[in-house]
Design a protein around this ligand. Structure first.
Ligand SMILES: [Ca+2]
Length: 331
């Protein structure tokens, strides 16, 4: 029995070494939706956040929803004269906390906000705002509303860059993440998307994933409260056979949390706290999935006691924790 346990632990340790781990938290400080979920929720729908004007479905309504639900930016009215061009021409201090301005001559990234000027033909001096889905060179693939007299949200390729003022790039897509000691973690979901999690040295935890073809990234998203995660224990992540992506992370105060996505991996279920304890802030939780589809977790307490448990085959409940050996494991 002991040998078997040691073998399981060794395998788990090997898995950890091969695939780095990272840490999660209780709610988003930024947006609550991924771009994928946003596309799923609104493509083909008519959206209005202000009940204005007579024809209420503007391009700016979709921008405000994107800012609220995906970027998590400050909630405010469109500045200047209220036209979409004002998002660039009258960029506010509040907006600068969530976006950086990127010139129209730069390559766009998926998730950027594209803004067109007042001279855009047919815009009646308002310009246009849209979410970039892809940069096609001289044209863009965009998600937008009220384009070509369609008063609902569409995805269109081949939209010209003529009259483009520039892009507002969500600051979450800043790529300078990763702590010196904690490392990151990765998993591949059942759609073939690569997910990465990494904690900054200041305790900010970020993640993002590729599209299904692996040739572009969604914007970074910040997990839970700022600066609260242990920068010395990497987040742990794994995908189970039902398609759920799991993540475990320990806070600086030793509280360990986990959560997983739905089976389509389009949104997160709520966070759960693991036990009541004082977990190691330097040792990542180790995860593996067995042939029955059960998720196993191993975690070390601050005092060196090592525990493990696993889910049932449907992944909706855990076996009791068991302690490994007599303690004093490396923390
Ligand atoms: Ca409106």
């Amino acid at each position: 029995m002991l040998h078997k346990l040691i073998r399981v632990v060794l395998i788990a340790v090997l898995v950890t070494l091969i695939s780095p781990v990272s840490s999660p938290s209780p709610s988003f400080a930024t947006g609550t939706k991924t771009l994928e979920q946003f596309l799923h929720d609104y493509t083909g729908e008519s959206v209005d956040v202000d009940g204005y004007p007579e024809q209420p479905y503007q391009c700016t309504d979709l921008y405000r929803l994107y800012n609220r639900e995906v970027v998590g930016g400050a909630e405010e009215l469109i500045p200047g004269d209220g036209g979409a061009h004002s998002l660039w021409n009258n960029f506010t201090n509040a907006m600068s906390k969530s976006y950086t301005k990127v010139p129209a001559s730069s390559n766009a990234r998926r998730g950027d906000v594209a803004i067109y000027g007042k001279e855009l033909p047919g815009s009646i001096g308002a310009g246009h705002v849209a979410i970039v889905l892809a940069d096609e060179g001289t044209a863009l693939k965009l998600l937008h509303q009220n384009y070509g007299s369609r008063y609902y949200v569409t995805q269109d390729s081949g939209i010209s860059k003529n009259y483009l003022l520039g892009y507002l790039r969500p600051r979450q897509s800043d790529t300078s993440v990763g702590s010196v000691t904690g490392g990151g973690s990765t998993t591949v979901d059942q759609l073939g998307r690569v997910w990465m999690f990494a904690t900054k040295a200041n305790g900010d935890l970020h993640y993002r994933h590729t599209n299904t073809t692996g040739d572009s990234w969604d914007p970074f998203r910040k997990v839970g409260s700022s600066k609260s995660w242990s920068p010395t224990a990497a987040t742990s992540t794994i995908t189970d056979p039902t398609g759920q992506v799991w993540m475990f992370a320990v806070k600086k105060n030793g509280r360990l949390y986990y959560r997983h996505t739905n089976t389509a991996a389009t949104k997160w279920e709520r966070f759960n706290r693991v036990g009541s304890g004082n977990w190691s802030t330097s040792t990542p939780t180790t995860l593996t999935v067995d042939q029955l589809g059960r998720v196993w977790m191993f975690a070390t307490k601050a005092n060196g006691d090592l525990y493990y448990r696993h889910t049932n085959t449907t992944g909706d409940s855990w076996d009791p924790f068991r302690k490994v050996g007599s303690g004093n494991w490396s923390g």
